[in-house]
Design a binder for this molecule. Structure first.
Ligand code: SAH
Length: 250
């Protein structure tokens, strides 16, 4: 299953730039000026120990450090978050998820992949890596999965629980708030892993490591990955103006 990807990072940064920096008295200038730069690629997370899994409890202090997004000292509910907090937990902002959901090619490809293969999902245990709003978990549940576990490190997981409940799927879907690399699931293995991990130029965001980690830890032998392959097409171009500006400048 191949997928085209949308430009969610830039969108978010635009939103951040527009946000009211005076929400808190603390200056956010340095964050905003940094935001023009790509964030450094995250290092793989050590996997020597696993913290016990905590089913998500709102307003509880949890170290929420989504890879590639810096750190926030404590977990705050989305209602309390300011633009400064969103800078450090960018996926907490519904805007970025709205944009992803509205990307029809992206969202419908996932939906079709699951709805057109209901025989594959029927009575299966599914893991959604980076579940966000829970959209892929809900597709999997509607496709007939016996149970779906979603793992999400950003505080958007709070909303996802409400969305899942509104769709009456809370008996089939369980969301865990935390990093994939640290959460423990109540099952040893899963039959299927679904994930939307692709970033700019496919690999930006470096979520692929996380998906591979989840596959190696939880996927049954012969289990399925959605998607299980991706293609990156590259073409060389020369932008004369940019080159002059960046390289031939005096
Ligand atoms: N599945 C959702 C969201 C995709 S965006 C959808 O298709 O709409 C990727 C999500 O993965 C983000 O919400 C991000 O916070 C989460 N994520 C990235 N790395 C993660 C990690 N190591 N552990 C848990 N969640 C992670």
């Amino acid at each position: 299953m191949g997928l085209r990807h949308s430009s969610r990072c830039l969108l978010l940064r635009r939103k951040m730039a527009e946000a009211d920096s005076s929400e808190r008295q603390q200056p956010v200038k340095s964050s905003l000026s940094q935001s023009a730069q790509p964030s450094p690629l995250p290092k793989p997370v050590p996997t020597t120990h696993h913290v016990p899994c905590i089913p998500h409890t709102p307003h509880v202090a949890v170290l929420a450090t989504c890879p590639g997004r810096g750190k926030i000292a404590k977990f705050i509910s989305p209602e309390e978050m300011t633009s400064r907090d969103y800078y450090f937990d960018s996926y907490a902002h519904f805007g970025i998820h709205e944009e992803m959901l509205k990307d029809e090619v992206r969202t419908l490809t996932y939906r079709n992949a699951m709805y057109h293969n209901k025989h594959v999902f029927k009575d299966k245990i599914v893991l959604d890596v980076g579940s966000g709003t829970g959209i892929l978990s809900m597709f999997a549940a509607n496709a007939g999965a016996k149970h779906v576990y979603g793992i999400e490190c950003s505080s958007i997981s709070e909303y996802s629980e409400k969305i899942i409940k509104s769709n009456h799927l809370h008996n089939v879907i369980t969301i865990f708030k935390g990093k994939v690399e640290e959460v423990e699931l109540p099952v040893e293995k899963v039959d299927i892993i679904v994930s939307e991990w692709m970033g700019y130029c496919l690999f930006y965001e470096s979520m692929l490591n996380t998906v591979i980690f989840a596959r190696d830890k939880w996927l049954k032998p012969g289990g399925l990955m959605f998607p299980d392959r991706a293609a990156l097409y590259v073409v060389a171009i020369e932008d004369r103006q940019y080159k002059d500006f960046k390289i031939h400048c005096k």
